[in-house]
Write a protein that binds this ligand. Structure first.
Ligand code: PLP
Ligand SMILES: N[C@@H](CCOP(=O)(O)O)C(=O)O
Length: 420
């Protein structure tokens, strides 16, 4: 395994604010974190990362939720609902059925707005306040818009969300609507919505809070910190592998950064870093294509389709951060059919864990990789489930059984039950 992780601690450059700065992952140019609004490098347009002179160790964390990890974040507190502290479920039947030594489900659908995006928004909206911006904006397949709307409302700020028309699950639009976001439905896919939001941001019309914003990923990094602490406390060890759905590849990037910082601070041995394993739907799998072909760049897919609308994404903007994360941790990537996703959604529901289709992709991917022999039976695995079942009620109805009409009479109900 070549982690390229253990870069020595850096002393803070002159641009740093309280030991925090932004650094381009392509050309290493450094920037002050809050003197100006930027999402990418001024010089080469590369992706930016938040860097710390002093990444923390386990003893530096106290409290609960995302802000337990404030020592690993740019601020001590944020605009909170609060978020994080999500369950790590055991799923014994699924574990046995798939055939791994341990299987745990980190259910991010249990965040306040029902997805992991809340972890990013609590930090991102805090940064927006620091920068003094007026209007927050995002492109979204649904969950980002729900989270932005809620956290924007919490922070008393104006929010604007651009959604691909007809391709966003009902629960998510309902959330954005009630939390008072201005919702624009674009006649295009998610990737074209993001192109427009990037243009608006470049023209100074809005502060972009998609995962291209490096501060969003700082909040999402806490998924990794929580998994490592919870798994270690319950199993006495760290997981061998984390399997997660991939859309814009923000979580893959955030988890990789989490592990790099833990190794940097001495909190984690390189050999204990879990293998990051990404799963995409077959109809929207540009990252899988790049991993399988050994490419350093991801080709944009202009046409994408999957029932898992949350990961219906053809141009993962965080690919330059996420591809090294998968490769350097010894992970892999796999594409799964919509049928496999629905089967996994049912299997999780059968263990009491209700997730939306994109979330079930992680379990579908794990099963496929086990069937192919690409994951060993002795592995301890955490699957990330990213959004709650109620986000997409239509998909839940399609995957579940139909209600049975019965007369308004107890004997008739008993007769109906006996009929089976
Ligand atoms: C429910 C859900 N799962 C997975 C993803 C993919 O996450 P990422 O974009 O961080 O790869 C998204 C959104 O992108 C999502 O909304
Ligand atoms: N699934 C996402 C797509 C946008 O991803 P982001 O992490 O870049 O905001 C969504 O819910 O909109």
């Amino acid at each position: 395994m070549s982690l390229e992780l253990a870069a020595p601690r850096q002393s803070a450059p002159s641009v740093a604010d309280d030991g925090v700065w932004l650094e381009c992952i392509a050309c290493s140019e450094q920037f002050a974190p809050f003197d100006d609004i930027r999402y990418t490098c001024d010089d080469c347009d590369g992706l930016l990362e938040v860097r710390y002179a002093d990444p923390p160790t386990w003893d530096d964390f106290e409290g609960r939720g995302v802000w337990r990890y404030s020592a690993a974040l740019p601020f001590a507190e944020g605009v909170t609902l609060p978020e994080g502290d999500t369950p790590l479920h055991d799923v014994p039947r699924l574990e046995e059925d798939i055939g791994v030594d341990r299987l745990r489900i980190k259910h991010e659908g249990m965040n306040p707005t029902g997805s992991f995006k809340d972890r990013g928004m609590t930090v991102g909206v805090r940064v927006a306040k620091e920068l003094g911006v007026d209007r927050l904006a995002c492109a979204s397949t649904g969950n980002t818009s729900a989270a932005l709307a809620a956290y924007g409302a919490r922070g008393g700020m104006e929010t604007l969300v651009l959604l691909p028309a007809g391709k966003v699950a009902a629960g998510k639009i309902a959330q954005a609507s009630l939390h008072d976001a201005r919702i624009l439905e674009v006649d295009g896919n998610f990737d074209s919505c993001l192109d427009i939001v990037q243009d608006l941001a470049a023209r100074g019309e809005a502060y972009l809070l998609n995962s291209l914003n490096p501060f969003r990923l700082e909040g999402q990094k806490t998924i990794g910190l929580e998994i490592m602490e919870q798994f270690r406390d319950e199993e006495g060890d760290y997981p061998d592998r984390i399997v997660l759905p991939v859309g814009n590849a923000g979580n893959t990037s955030a988890l990789y950064k989490c592990f790099r910082e833990l190794v940097q601070s001495g909190a984690l041995a390189e050999s204990d870093v879990p293998k990051l394993t990404g799963v995409q739907a077959e109809g929207a799998a540009p990252m899988v294509e790049a991993v399988e072909a050994g490419n350093d760049e991801v080709r944009r897919w202009e046409s994408v389709e999957t029932r898992a609308t949350a990961i219906r994404i053809g141009n993962p903007v965080n690919a330059p951060k996420a591809l090294p994360g998968i490769r350097n941790t010894g992970g892999t990537a796999v594409a799964v059919s919509d049928e496999r996703i629905t089967d996994a959604q049912r299997a999780l529901a059968g263990e009491g864990v209700g997730v939306e289709p994109a979330s079930a992709a992680s379990v579908a991917g794990l099963r496929k990789l086990r069937e192919q022999g690409r994951i060993a039976a002795d592995e301890q695995v955490v699957c990330l489930t990213t959004g709650h079942l109620l986000k997409d009620p239509d998909a839940a109805f399609e995957a579940g059984d139909d209600p049975e009409p019965v007369p308004n009479d107890t004997d008739a109900v008993l007769a109906h039950l006996a009929d089976d």
